[in-house]
Design a protein around this ligand. Structure first.
Ligand SMILES: [Zn+2]
Length: 366
């Protein structure tokens, strides 16, 4: 009898513990408690939208968007947006990605097998795979195949794309995306491995792993900076910005080493498990606290990754959750917030209202 009572007690206590854990998860989940956060009554922080379709620039302006990054690098598509935006005085940027075909980055067998499993998974959630954000699983890789920028041919193709964007009359500048490694660490193609070996010879005090990481980081930073210099050489005064993606695991916050006018690093990622308030605050403190460590002109920006409707390829965040993340970022000192994917946010009046309340509070239509 005594044993049964003890067993019962253990079961009851265990279920209380799991309810508590569940409740805690909910607090950072889809229904966060916004009352714990100071309300934001209008802010001078700059809102930048990633992803736009023609005909939506006025609506974006009315909810407080100050800058727009189009996913396109197509000069004709960008010209249409530039012409539409002129009336609203909104700068338009075109995006350049190093997805330019062969030679592509190479990974090991285990990493290739993970990519194959992601490509075969047709669910929206894909078992918590993070698509290039900080991984949930011990092993994750980018599902898209990024070209190896250690090859001159790839850098030349990227420069050609930059030229196409920069030469659009009236364009504000260029945004870099997918400047990173498919496996979030390095490229294992023969050329990259040879370059890493040479780097190790020059830095004999490092272990092989340390040398590979240092080489991979330095060459990634150099690639960004060379491409930024190239863009500026084409049209002085042009702005160069980015989103740091995919993540570089040996150094999550390398973005401030980049010679960019605005460097956007993730402060809250798209997918569940959503980031805790503490994690968002820590990222914001680093993004803005260290933005000028390498370049005095560099501005940091915080990415709020969200989709808003079922039309998107990722499960949407609730409006409450988006508001929680927005307030957390602003309370922690963010003065630039970039939202991706804006094209989907535009489909949801509830989501748009949050941005309007925060970024265009009391101003209404100008
Ligand atoms: Zn390579």
């Amino acid at each position: 009898m005594k044993n049964i009572v003890i067993k019962l007690l253990v079961v009851i206590l265990a279920s209380f513990a799991s309810i508590a854990a569940f409740a805690q998860e909910l607090d950072v989940g889809s229904r966060p408690d916004n009352t714990k956060l100071k309300p934001i009554k209008g802010t001078d922080a700059i809102l930048t939208a990633w992803g736009i379709v023609p005909g939506k620039i006025r609506l974006s302006r009315d909810v407080g968007v100050k800058e727009i990054v189009s996913f396109s690098s197509n000069p004709k598509a960008l010209k249409i947006l530039v012409d539409e935006a002129r009336e609203y005085n909104i700068p338009i940027y075109g995006t350049v990605v190093p997805l330019v075909g062969k030679p592509e980055q190479e990974m090991n067998d285990e990493e290739n097998a993970f990519r194959d499993s992601i490509l075969a998974d047709k669910t929206k959630e894909k078992n918590k795979y993070q698509f290039g954000g900080e991984p949930y699983h011990d092993l994750e890789v980018q599902d898209l195949s990024i070209s190896c920028f250690h090859h001159k041919k790839v850098r030349e193709k990227v420069m050609e794309k930059i030229r196409g964007v920069i030469m659009v009359d009236g364009i504000a500048g260029v945004a870099f995306d997918f400047f990173g490694y498919s496996n979030y660490r390095c490229c294992q193609c023969p050329l990259s491995m040879e370059l890493a070996k040479r780097y190790h010879k020059k830095h004999p005090k490092m272990t092989e792993t340390e040398a590979l990481e240092a080489f991979s980081l330095e060459s990634l930073v150099d690639f960004n900076n060379e491409m930024a210099d190239y863009a500026r050489s084409l049209k002085p005064g042009i702005k160069v910005r980015n989103h740091v993606h995919p993540v570089f695991l040996p150094d999550l916050y390398y973005g401030n080493r980049l010679k960019l006018d605005i460097c956007c690093q993730t402060a809250a990622w798209f997918m569940e498990p959503y980031w805790s308030r503490e994690r968002i605050e820590e990222h914001v403190r680093i993004i803005f606290g260290k933005e000028k460590q390498y370049y005095a002109f560099a501005e940091g920006a915080a990415l709020l990754g969200t989709t808003a409707t079922e039309k998107s390829s990722h499960p949407p965040k609730s409006p409450e959750r988006v508001e929680f993340e927005l307030r957390t970022m602003l309370n922690a000192g963010a003065d630039r917030i970039e939202v991706c994917s804006w094209g989907d946010v535009l489909r949801s009046p509830k989501h748009l209202n949050i941005f309007k309340r925060v970024f265009n509070h009391g101003k209404g239509r100008r």
